[in-house]
Design a protein around this ligand. Structure first.
Ligand SMILES: [Zn+2]
Length: 320
């Protein structure tokens, strides 16, 4: 009897607790909404394929945008496949921001799920593109590698291309979606352009003073950056990102590195560093991590500009 009453009281209590939680949570969610919603405006929903693009859109769209990134989980932009649950992200997107040049076609596949076709910004559009691994091509043919011809998509790793092409394209797209916010987007874009110019200046100074010019990186991501600042990516450890290179290819890479006096191999957090470590051991050199993507939760790389400053510091360390 006593036990029953006790149990009943507990049950009543737990129902009350659940009710309280439900009531509380229905207020708490307000805290997590962008301020645009609180001001009575629904945010512009944006889907970006990679984190650097997400951050660029946030810098320009500010409180007026809600941006989600398709590529998550520390994957490479060349090996990623979106999950089926990510289809929902595209359903209500007003803006879709991609790199293009065949790199993130995995994002394009989700476009069919959009309730209305979103405005699309393609980062590579309007930029004279390098051909894939252009500078490595000749050497790679001799080393017995097989290169695909095609456009090099990695334009976002050159801050000047971002400043002069990607930022204006995002400003225009956001204005098209919400014309009344044009002054806000233009002001944010202007501020961001200044910040990118400062980044460019620092990269110019930082890289300009380095004694070495040639480097080897895990995949052909750094040609635009190299071209901008007077460096040369002479070879990629993995001409096909995600595919282990052959022993013959690695041996050719080691002799190329010796000839060019390269001792630092730049690997990347999203791809296995195993092959890079093999080469570095042969050269009695070392592996440092450059990062083409960064991410929301990664310290020091949780924004496009911090990411590029991180890469600058790694290049400076590896090529003194
Ligand atoms: Zn890449």
């Amino acid at each position: 009897m006593v036990n029953d009453a006790h149990r009943e009281r507990n049950a009543v209590l737990s129902i009350m607790t659940i009710r309280t939680l439900i009531v509380l949570s229905s207020f708490l969610w307000v805290l997590f909404l962008p301020s645009a919603v609180l001001a009575g405006q629904a945010p512009i929903r944006v889907v970006a394929t990679i984190f650097p693009l997400t951050d660029i859109v946030r810098e320009i769209g500010g409180t007026r945008v809600y941006v989600t990134t398709l590529l998550t989980g520390g994957m490479s932009e060349h090996t990623f496949e979106p999950t089926t649950s990510q289809i929902r992200q595209m359903a209500y997107a007003s803006l879709y921001v991609r790199v293009g040049a065949q790199m993130d076609t995995w994002g394009d596949k989700l476009l069919a799920a959009a309730k209305r076709p979103p405005v699309i910004v393609t980062a590579t559009s309007g930029i004279p593109l390098l051909s894939v691994h252009q500078q490595e091509l000749e050497w790679n043919h001799r080393a017995g590698g097989h290169q695909h011809e095609g456009d090099d998509p990695h334009v976002w790793l050159d801050p000047v291309l971002v400043r002069d092409h990607v930022v204006p394209a995002v400003v225009d797209a956001l204005i098209r979606i919400s014309p009344k916010d044009a002054p806000y987007f233009r002001a944010n874009g202007g501020k961001y352009i200044l910040a990118l110019s400062r980044l460019d200046q620092d990269m110019r100074t930082g890289i300009g003073s380095l004694s070495k010019k040639d480097f080897i990186a895990l995949h052909g991501a750094w040609h635009y950056l190299a071209k901008r600042y007077g460096l040369r990516q002479i070879a990629a450890v993995e001409p096909f990102p995600g595919k282990e290179p052959s022993a013959k290819y690695l041996a050719a890479l080691v002799s190329l590195a010796r000839k060019k006096r390269v001792t630092t191999i730049f690997a990347e957090p999203q791809l296995s560093a195993k092959a890079a470590e093999v080469i570095a051991r042969e050269l009695k050199g070392r592996v440092l991590l450059l990062d083409p993507l960064g991410g929301e939760m990664i310290r020091e790389r949780n924004g496009y500009i911090p990411l590029m400053r991180y890469n600058l510091s790694i290049i400076a360390r590896g090529m003194k």
